[in-house]
Design a protein around this ligand. Structure first.
Ligand code: LLP
Length: 385
């Protein structure tokens, strides 16, 4: 995705800030992921939480992906845009009774259940609805994802999944749940994982726990290993599409599969991050004793990741001439918080009021995490084509 003078003349007609989605790159990314998965007979559920923009969902649905949801509204949205219920999973540590009932009525592929109490509640609600609930047990495997601690989920200290010390009890509760059908096991250790060794370690733990259940005569039809594959925030143009082949290879090599056993994934970021950019204009520039500031019309209300996780997103001037001298800027937003900063000491062509800035790799956990803090405008978006 090149932000040259042609793009500048297109963007210049639009009110900023807005998300720009490159649909052609999205399609190429999805095709690469799908073909790498199909080759190995793997199934991908797209994690809606990364981006539930209507057009993005329509493209993903049209390519035959399933959906991974974390709220009743996401389940309903997935159904509304045409994902078959038989390809929808529903995870989350705190599913409300209302959300569970919605998913039961749709007869989704599986609830990823995160506690023993949740198993009992789903069973009770399934009895009430007169249906059987399909369930995968989410096990906390205690694998370190080596990523930001806010997006690490698979350690003993994290709130996610059934603690592995409780599995004996979970297996016995399952026997008593007349309206639950156990389809498989679920794992997810974290997000933005670039070290493939982490996934190898996950496979080793999955094999152990799968064996533990099978030794007790419990059939495991589906192994869901979650999502988490990271993207290159530093060089989006060098790596616009993640290396899905190497990622799936790890699971192909290290995961034990018995005949008929299915392997499912829940990828979010890797599918949608690179196709999105946040486009903004410089409102003001100012220079103090220590700093030069570029004050943008986009802030943490449009893209929260830098403020929340100190996340790096590449910042570019759109359509700048190559010979413009450069300066170091702190690139900040208009919100009344000092954390409202997109980057410090960023080298950019000398910029002025009205110049356009792209904040890259913003297609995942960008638009969906936007807020109206400071009573900001609703976020706008715009697609290629
Ligand atoms: N499955 C489960 C159970 C999850 O909790 C997540 C993400 C995914 C799948 C998808 O993970 P992905 O493939 O996108 O890494 N807001 C944070 C990311 C939070 C991820 C939460 N769970 C960020 O902006 O980095």
């Amino acid at each position: 995705m090149i932000f040259d003078k042609d793009k500048l003349s297109i963007f210049n007609k639009e009110e900023t800030p807005f998300y720009y989605y490159d649909i052609e790159l999205l399609e190429r990314t999805l095709d690469a992921a799908k073909s790498a998965a199909d080759k190995r007979n793997f199934h991908i559920h797209y994690a809606l939480k990364a981006n539930f923009n209507d057009r993005i969902l329509a493209v993903i649905q049209s390519k035959g992906f399933g959906a991974d949801c974390v709220s009743g509204n996401e389940v309903q949205k997935a159904i509304d845009v045409g994902f078959p219920a038989s390809q929808i999973t529903f995870a989350g540590v705190g599913k409300s009774d209302k959300e569970i009932s919605t998913a039961l009525r749709h007869n989704i592929f599986a609830f990823n259940v995160e506690s023993i109490q949740e198993l009992e509640v789903i069973n009770e609600l399934a009895i009430k609805e007169g249906v059987k609930a399909n369930v995968s047990l989410r096990i906390n495997p205690n694998v370190d994802a080596n990523t930001h601690h806010y997006i690490t989920t698979g350690l003993d200290e994290n709130k996610f999944g059934v603690p592995n010390t409780e599995l004996e009890k979970a297996a016995s509760v399952l026997e008593d749940c007349t309206h639950i059908n156990l389809v498989g096991l679920h794992f997810h250790v974290g997000s933005q994982i670039l070290d493939l060794e982490v996934f190898k370690n996950l496979c080793i733990k999955v094999n152990q726990w799968k064996g533990w259940f099978e030794d007790r005569g419990i059939t495991i039809k589906v192994i869901n290993v979650g999502g988490g594959l990271g993207v290159d925030y530093n060089q989006p143009d060098n790596h616009p599409i993640p290396d899905f082949e190497s990622y799936f290879d790890v699971f192909d090599k290290f995961l034990d599969r018995t005949a008929g056993q299915e392997v499912h994934f829940e990828l979010g970021r890797a599918l949608v991050a690179q196709c999105g950019s946040l486009i903004s204009r410089v409102l003001y520039t100012k220079s103090g004793a220590k700093k030069n500031f570029l004050i943008l019309d986009a802030g943490m209300t449009e893209l929260m990741r830098p403020a929340l996780y100190q996340a790096y997103h590449k910042i570019e001037r759109i359509g700048a001439d190559e010979n413009v001298p450069k300066l170091h800027y702190d690139v900040v937003g208009p919100i009344c918080e000092s954390s409202d900063s997109f980057g410090k000491d960023i080298e950019l062509p000398i910029s002025n009021r009205g110049d356009m800035i792209a904040i890259r790799t913003a297609g995942a956990y960008g638009e969906v995490m936007a807020s109206r803090y400071n009573l900001r405008e609703e976020i706008r978006y715009f697609y290629s084509e």
